[in-house]
Design a protein around this ligand. Structure first.
Ligand SMILES: Cc1cc2nc3c(=O)[nH]c(=O)nc-3n(C[C@H](O)[C@H](O)[C@H](O)COP(=O)(O)OP(=O)(O)OC[C@H]3O[C@@H](n4cnc5c(N)ncnc54)[C@H](O)[C@@H]3O)c2cc1C
Length: 381
């Protein structure tokens, strides 16, 4: 912070945040988010700094680590984040709705959230201010606009149209189950992805404390028409579920049970997309998916968004001026989100591998798993 007799550069300024960020999840509550403590993620450490991690752990789903499985759900590799001092868990899966609930509960009383009021367009004025149009028909003006309106950001399309989403090469069919009496193994202990070896990748995880999420994906050159949950007719849902059964035929349980118990209104199709992270300038700061969208194969977009919010606030409070704050924030977020996106591209290639490539990946994972398991046993003995 500046010295007491010097005014902070944001003192008396009006700041608008477009998008209540990851906390605002209307229509997107069907899946859980894995929040992790391993670099470059560190969403867990950020929640700890915010003082709300234990609350999240208390509300988290069963299972505390990600596993990469073979097609028969035998474990290829368990990915556990390094332990964090004073905490029982260093990674968690939590439903979006719970995450949202806890974030909202902890919003400072001085901050007002205007629900159902989207920013429909923005204009950067010559005096450095930003004029915004709102979905309720009104106009507003602010000194700083923080854009957290997600991967399909309307404001990015309006102000930075050169930064567009790229197709990452995979199409996903996803759904979640009804509430289950109990989670089928291995979802009672872990969540993760299974490599089919026939070009299909399957992801399974608790979506909350009673239902499970599944996603089967395949590689293609062509985008498929996206079908958000709740937009398909009964016959189309039947066809998509039949397709999912076909595409998961090499995998063993629990996928048969999960498809059988699927909540029909949750069936969806989407294309995995991402965005090359870009630098900010002026009085408009893009954060989260709006600045560096990444596909679910990164398993990291929410971790990045949580860190972005914290680090941007930190830079705005501690920098001497806006340009320095923006530069410092970008210097933090761009390298780590680039790393996460690059890792997601490797995960897409590995998860959908077939033939010789599949033998190679599975072989390497088995050797690594044996080596690290052996080394950690030696350390602990
Ligand atoms: C199936 C799936 C699984 C995933 N799993 C994981 C995971 O395990 N771990 C992980 O870290 N990440 C995961 N992700 C990624 C994660 O969900 C996103 O990266 C994260 O939600 C991005 O947060 P955000 O706040 O930037 O954007 P969003 O969460 O998209 O939030 C943006 C919000 O802004 C609001 N908004 C939109 N437009 C406007 C506007 N014009 N004006 C005002 N408000 C607006 C919307 O209501 C929206 O809720 C997953 C994604 C998917 C699709």
């Amino acid at each position: 912070m500046n010295s007491n007799d010097e005014q902070h550069f944001l003192s008396g300024k009006r700041i608008v945040i477009a998008g209540a960020g990851i906390g605002d999840a209307i229509g997107r509550e069907g899946y859980s988010l894995s929040l992790r403590g391993d670099p470059p993620s560190e969403g867990i450490q950020t929640l700890q700094k915010l003082g709300i991690l234990q609350e999240m752990i208390d509300e988290s789903n069963p299972g505390s680590y990600f596993t990469l499985f073979n097609y028969d759900f035998s474990s290829l590799m368990e990915m556990r984040s390094p332990p964090i001092e004073g905490l029982s868990q260093s990674s968690i899966g939590i439903s979006r709705s719970k995450l949202r609930e806890i974030l909202l509960k902890n919003v400072h009383s001085s901050i007002s959230i205007n629900w159902n009021c989207a920013v429909t367009s923005a204009d950067e004025l010559d005096n450095g201010q930003v004029s915004i149009n709102l979905s309720n028909g009104s106009k507003d003006q602010c000194d700083l606009l923080i854009v957290a309106d997600g991967s399909n950001s309307i404001i990015r399309k309006c102000l930075r149209p050169e930064h567009v989403l790229n197709f990452a090469g995979a199409v996903c069919i996803t759904a979640r189950t009804h509430a289950l009496d109990q989670f089928p193994a291995p979802l009672d202990k872990t969540w993760g992805g299974a490599i089919g070896g026939d070009g299909h990748f399957l992801f399974v995880a608790p979506s909350d404390r009673t239902s499970a999420f599944w996603s089967v994906s395949y590689l293609t050159d062509k985008l498929r028409p996206a079908k958000p949950a709740g937009t398909m007719m009964e016959q189309e849902i039947d066809e998509v579920l039949d397709e999912a059964k076909q595409r998961t035929k090499v995998f063993t349980e629990p996928i048969g049970t999960l498809i059988k118990e699927t909540l029909r209104s949750s069936v969806a199709i989407f294309n995995a997309k991402d965005l090359v992270p870009f630098r900010n300038h002026g009085s408009v700061i893009f954060i989260g998916d709006a600045q560096h969208a990444m596909s679910p194969f990164a398993g990291n977009g929410a971790n990045m968004s949580i860190m972005d919010g914290y680090q941007l606030a930190d830079q705005l409070v501690h920098s001497k001026d806006l340009n320095t704050a923006i530069r410092s924030y970008d210097d933090l977020t761009i390298p780590r989100s680039t790393t996460a996106i690059n890792i997601s591209h490797r995960s897409i290639a590995m998860g959908h591998s077939q033939g010789i490539w599949n033998y190679m990946y599975v072989g390497i994972l088995k050797v690594m798993s044996w080596y690290f398991g052996y080394t950690s046993k030696k350390i602990h003995n």
